[in-house]
Structure formats: C-alpha cells, structure tokens
Write a protein that binds this ligand. Sequence first.
Ligand SMILES: *Cc1c(COP(=O)(O)O)cnc(C)c1O
Length: 389
Amino acid sequence: MTPAPGPHDPQSPGFATRAIHAGQDPDPLTGAVAVPIYQTSTFAQDEVGQPRAGYDYSRAGNPTRTALEQALAALEGGRSGFAFASGMAAADTYIRAALRPGDHLILPDDAYGGTFRLVDKICVPWGLTYSTVSLGDLAAVRAAIRPTTKVIWCETPTNPLLGIADIAALAEIAHESGAKLLVDNTFASPYLQQPLALGADVVLHSTTKYVGGHSDVIGGALIVDDPELAEALAFHSKSMGAVPGPVDAWLTLRGVKTLAVRMDRHCDNAERVVELLVGHPRVARVYYPGLPAHPGHAIAARQMRRSGGMVSFSVVGGQEEALKVCRRTQLFTLGESLGGVESLIEHPGLMTHASVAGSALQVPDDLIRLSVGIEDADDLLADLRDALD
Ligand SMILES: *Cc1c(COP(=O)(O)O)cnc(C)c1O
C-alpha cells in the first residue's frame, strides 16, 4: 500500500509534473535521479523483525515497485496504488479481495475478452455469478442489479467499437444499491480520463498498453481511495503474489514519465487519421468518440480530455477488402495489443475478437482496428492511403 498525495487535491501539481516526480524523488543514498532497479528478493534487518525501510521481502514490497505504485496513484488522483504482473493479475486480485462466492458482478457485454474469460471460466467455478449488459443502456444496468450485486465493471472507450459509457451515471447507479464501480481505464489512460474524480471506486489498468507505452513489458495496476479496500488489496497481493519484478516495474515507470506527451501525440495523429478515413471513398464507417456523429460523443467530451489513439473503421467490400488493407500497410504493423509508440493494425474479427465469433459479441467482419502510434502523421496517412487504394 502506497500513500499518495491527497485525492483530487487542487493543490497538487499538474499531470505531467506528477508523471515525472510523484514517487520518484532522487535516491536518498546516492542521489540517483532515476529510481534504481532494486533487484533483490530480500532485505537485511537491523534487529529481529525490524526491516530498515519497511521492506522485508520483494513479494510484499520492493522500492522500485513502490515508486511505480505512488506515481500511478498520483496520476489517477487516488490514495493507494498497486502494481501487478499483468492487467489480468490486477483484475483477479481485485475480484478475490472485494468479492466472495455468491456475489454478483455486472460486466459490459463487450468486455475485454480476457476479463470475460477470467470471470466466466475461473471466477464462476469459484462461486461468483455475473450478468452482461450494455453499459450504454442505463435502464438495463439498473434492471441487472440484484441484492447480491457488488460491482459494476466498466470499460470506456470499449474495444473495438469505441463505445462510451457514462462513468458518473454508472457510479450513481452502483452507489444507490450499495455496489461499487470499477473502471478499466486502459484505453483512455489517466491522462485522458480520471474515473475516481467522476465517482468510480476502483481504477484498473493494463499498464502493458498506454501507461507502459513501448510494447516492451506486461503489467497491471489498481488504484483506489478506500483505505479498507486498500488493506484488502495489499493483503491479497502479498498472498496471491502476482506482482511485477523490479525490472518490469522500472520499465513501466519509465513509460509513465512521458505519458502526457505521448498521449497528446497519439490523439493528434488519431485525429489526422480519422480525418483521412472519414473522407475516403473506400471507408464505410469510422468509429471514433471525437466525431460529433459518434453516439457517445457528448459524454466523451464531458469525461475525457481528448478522444484517444484508438480508431476503428469498416471498409467498403466486406471482410476480403478489410484483410487486404491489413496485409498492405507497411508502417502500421499487423499485430494485437495497443497503446505503444508504434502504430498497429488488426482485424478484430479474426484476431483479438476471434473467440467471440458466433456470439452476441461478434464484431463486424469488415472492421479494422488501429492503434495509432506517435510516428510522423504524414507518414501514417501515406501508409493508409496506399493500403486503401
Ligand atoms: C490488455 C487489456 C487487459 C489485460 O491486460 P494484460 O496486461 O494483457 O493482462 C485488460 N483490459 C483491457 C481493456 C485491455 O486492453
């Protein structure tokens, strides 16, 4: 557990300043400006049961990890941050810490596939029950609440159709019935969206994506305000042990430092890409919350600083044409994942979302998803133009 500057403290420094300094004071021993990689499993004790700086064993805590946890808590405006070995480890640890067999969870009907699999295949046999609902339909969310509902699980923007859920409205619905709202903030990043300030109780990240930002490390995080929940998370994290090693924590922290500038460039480039796609004769439809015609545009404008770096679109001519475009790009690398500095292209129907084919979650087969990177926009546009022509 890592105490951070007060939640949503108006006195706290700006986002980019926190990204570079929160939890990252120069090393007290050497003055090292970069947080050292404390590559150690255990720590010498001065007296029996008296660790020098509160660290006794790196599963329970490690100074490099603490720096990352404090930085993430500060960026989300939460009291406590916890880092995990992956986004899924963060999700699993939260569920075990906050829910009990017999409890009920509400999942978005287009939840990240790994989250759905964790709940459906691992947590249901453990005793959890769940319903899926479209979070855009607030009446349906209300109707799905049961006396045993403990958590509404929200993703916004969603994957791959960039749907928008109203965080403040969902928080109100959850709290009316004594439930909590968790927001998976992976797609927006804390730079673009601050769920705790909008009323959410828990923020989850796959730091593998924008927070790490360089496609070189897997990680996850939870950020919370409630001290009781923080205590339960600390206990479960230590007991379940799905923690990142010091090198992974350090790499993620290195990514955090540039989050603000990267996100602005991701957004600048995505806006240019959207502009190209919207006017292109081979493009049938563009999904981007920054477009006024997007059904979630007004909510996105209210709760997000900008519209993000993810863009989806469908092409004229169906799946065959979509696959051709995916094969033809040179700069946009064909691959899963998102949020790194390099631009990626994928066909959700046959790649990230292949497992939901034939279900209600099936995505259009002419859909292409872009993770727009931070290369020169003109080069990205030229690459897309060539691939579409
Ligand atoms: C990638 C992702 C996850 C899972 O994170 P891992 O780091 O891959 O375990 C969870 N939620 C969303 C929205 C994601 O994109």
